[in-house]
Design a protein around this ligand. Structure first.
Ligand SMILES: Nc1ncnc2c1ncn2[C@@H]1O[C@H](COP(=O)(O)OP(=O)(O)OP(=O)(O)O)[C@@H](O)[C@H]1O
Length: 715
């Protein structure tokens, strides 16, 4: 059994899980094949043919087995490398960005497929050339070469498609090369070794039965098995004392044909699976593509079956009015009318897009102890959001971190599947008509979706072409954005070398190119310098005001919301708490004053205690005041109008307070949008990270059923 240990040595020596080592593995493999073949040849001449003894047969099989293992490992390791880029495209949201820019399933996957086939052809051709040039015995004759050629013809397209499908098991590019090669190598090699051992030991049909079963149920096995059966035909013919003919390789007993034909059949269902996964797998979760596997995901996107909370207890009246407006827009007639006619008349149809009862619940299982499964936890990220974007409107979505703004936008671009509810853009349901709807969208994601090695200018050029900008205008458009956003010096830099602010500018340009019908911008100005921010504001104002287009913008800059948004909605814990023009919100929720104080740090004593004393004193001046924020020596209070009889008296009381409580400084002003925001932000903190479902009930303890009391306390 010397050859058995040789196989083991070869296997252990050459086994690796990295694509980097695939080429050396391949070269090693070629020399191994030469050695194996010459070994076989020597054994054959020295053995007393026509029929060898058992030991010779075992040695032949062991040699054949090692060639198959080595070739299979090399091919599958090379193939695994192709998955990294696909997973990265998904991880960095580039696939979504391309989809929104009109890159269809066939275009995206077809391009990658053709490119990978060409690349993969190189090592496969190298194997054939090496066999011919090095005159590898047993393989360098017409039969095996023809069999290998035919095998590669189907194995290459099959292998790449298989990798594309399997890539959906991964959500991080980094983990692909750590886990995918061993996963594929083992799932192909273990059945291969089982078949070869059964063949070697029992010399019975069991090996062939297993071969057929594995070919069907374990596709990676196909990358290994063909080589074994090619060498097997050759060996058994020689053992019988005959020269194998070409037809020996393709007759029914050779079992090679199955490794050539089955990949074609696998390709058919894999293409279907890839389509389903690409179109339906959302949230980076392939299970989302199959409703039966997806607990709590995308089970119902029909607003008719959504929780009946038209009248939500304690809901703001503006939010309720918007909900009713959206209900009317959703009525079958309206949607059909808009779908059929494109341009609509009448006030109700003057909307670019709307969401109806849009809801997203993320279900996560907590870690269990031992064998016990952990409890399922549900986080409702967006709670029955009904809002419409009017033509010519920039709608602002504000809210503290984790309020659900990005999740809402992700559902609007069909990147995240809603648990319930519907998104309609230009009269079309986004989930049902994703391709045609997405072509009319522009999206600036919160995290820049860029190819690391592609330059800034190439990004702009590529997306301008995708958005259908005429080649004659291309240069002008590129220069306009690059010059105005002061990007000239970064034009030729690869995106990985760009600063955070520059990347944001690039993402913004990519979203606005081609004048999409609806542009969704998730914190577009984060990290931008004031001058660029000003240009961004100008272009947003010019792009949407008085047009038939619309935009949704999320931001943490109140002055940006004030300057750009026609209406602003503030979200808290997934719920839209208020909606309206910024002035309306200031009047409604900010009809009072804001007092900001700062204690002198030079004061002796505990800051907390001093702050408590100050608050006690302030309560005597403003009995209905509310603490908005308190941090170290600073605090902020909202003071209702009725507590301020006259500004003169108030200021003299505050001056007195300044000297008695040793205030370093204080400010007393009318409420701004920021203060309205802070009021709601505080509510999110009070409500806490509330898990579970609370439909129809609001978390705020302030809310009651009486219409009068439904208004939150003014700031
Ligand atoms: N894929 C996910 N799985 C589980 N929970 C998620 C997922 N995505 C978002 N969430 C949760 O949903 C909630 C809303 O998140 P989202 O990113 O929409 O908030 P946001 O308002 O955009 O916050 P920020 O201002 O920080 O961007 C958060 O509590 C977040 O943890």
């Amino acid at each position: 059994m010397a050859s058995g240990s040789q196989v083991l040595t070869n296997f252990v020596g050459l086994y690796n899980s990295s694509a980097l080592h695939a080429i050396p593995t391949l070269i090693n493999l070629a020399s191994q094949s030469i050695l194996n073949s010459s070994g076989i040849a020597q054994t054959l001449t020295s053995a007393s043919l026509p029929w060898p003894d058992v030991e010779t047969k075992l040695q032949y099989n062991a040699n054949v087995m090692s060639s198959g293992i080595l070739l299979g490992i090399a091919l599958i390791t090379l193939l695994s490398g192709f998955a990294t880029e696909i997973v990265r495209d998904r991880e960095w949201k580039l696939r979504g960005q391309l989809r929104i820019s009109g890159v269809s399933f066939n275009l995206y996957w077809g391009t990658i497929y053709l490119r990978d086939i060409v690349v993969f052809l190189i090592p496969c051709t190298a194997i054939i050339i090496a066999v011919i040039i090095l005159d590898i015995k047993g393989l360098n004759s017409e039969g095996p070469i023809l069999a290998m050629l035919l095998m590669f013809l189907t194995l290459i397209p099959f292998g790449i498609l298989m990798i594309m499908v399997i890539s959906f098991l991964f959500d991080k590019g980094e983990s692909v090369m750590s886990y995918l090669p061993p996963l594929l190598q083992l799932s192909g090699m273990i059945p291969y070794i089982v078949v070869a051992l059964v063949d070697m030991i029992t010399q019975s049909n069991w090996a062939i039965i297993l071969h057929y079963i594995f070919c069907v149920v374990l596709p990676p096995y196909l990358m290994f098995s063909g080589f074994y059966f090619i060498s097997r035909v050759n060996l058994y013919a020689v053992i019988k004392g005959e020269e194998p003919t070409t037809s020996d390789y393709f007759d029914a007993d050779s079992h090679i044909l199955v490794t050539i034909i089955l990949p074609i059949i696998h390709c058919l269902w894999m293409y279907w699976l890839l389509r389903v996964l690409d179109v339906r797998a959302t949230d980076g979760n392939p299970r989302a593509a199959f409703p039966c596997l997806a607990t709590g995901l995308d089970k119902d996107s029909d607003p008719g079956r959504a929780i009946n909370d038209d009248v939500i207890e304690g809901e703001d009246e503006d939010v309720s009015a918007e909900r009713s407006r959206v209900e009317r827009l959703t009525s079958e007639n309206t949607v059909n009318y808009s779908r059929a006619n494109g341009v609509q008349a009448g006030t109700e149809l003057q909307v670019v897009a709307f969401t109806n009862q849009l809801r997203k619940a993320f279900t996560k299982r907590e870690k269990g102890s031992g064998r016990k499964k952990g409890k399922e936890k549900t986080k409702v990220a967006v709670r029955n959001l009904s809002v419409a974007v009017d033509k010519g409107e920039v709608l602002g979505l504000l809210g503290p971190n984790g309020a659900g703004k990005s999740t809402a936008l992700n559902m609007m671009i069909a990147e995240t599947a809603p648990t319930k509810g519907r998104v309609v853009v230009s009269g079309n349901n986004v989930r049902a008509n994703a391709h045609s709807v997405l072509e009319t969208l522009g999206y600036c994601p919160q995290h820049d979706a860029l190819w690391e090695t592609i330059t800034l200018e190439e990004h702009v050029r590529c997306f301008a072409a995708l958005k259908g900008i005429h080649p004659s205008q291309l240069e002008e458009v590129i220069d306009f954005y690059i010059n105005n956003l002061k990007l000239q010096e970064h034009r030729k830099k690869a995106s990985k070398k760009l600063s955070g602010g520059t990347k944001r500018k690039l993402s913004y340009i990519m979203s606005i190119l081609g004048s999409p019908q609806l542009v969704l911008m998730d914190e577009p100005s984060t990290g931008m310098d004031p001058q660029s921010k000003r240009f961004l504001w100008d272009t947003i104002n010019a792009s949407f005001k008085n047009t038939s287009r619309g935009a949704v913008l999320t931001t943490h800059y109140m002055e940006e919301a004030d300057a750009l948004c026609d209406r602003v909605g503030i979200m808290v814990n997934g719920t839209l708490e208020c909606l309206g023009a910024t002035q309306h919100l200031k009047n409604k929720y900010g009809s009072g004053y804001i007092l900001e104080v700062k204690l002198s740090l030079a004061l002796p004593g505990d800051v907390e205690e001093l702050m408590d004393q100050l608050e006690e004193h302030l309560k005597t001046l403003f009995p209905n005041m509310d603490t908005v924020e308190r941090f170290m020596e600073r605090s902020q209070y909202s003071i209702p109008k009725e507590d301020v009889k006259s500004l003169g008296t108030t200021f003299s009381s505050l001056e007195q307070c300044k000297s008695t409580h040793k205030l370093e400084e204080y400010s007393f002003s009318q409420s701004s949008l920021e203060q309205v925001f802070l009021y709601f932000a505080k509510k999110q903190l009070e409500d806490g990270e509330e898990d579970g479902d609370r439909d129809g009930r609001r978390g705020s303890p302030r809310r009651t059923n009486s219409t009068q009391d439904q208004q939150p306390q003014p700031v």
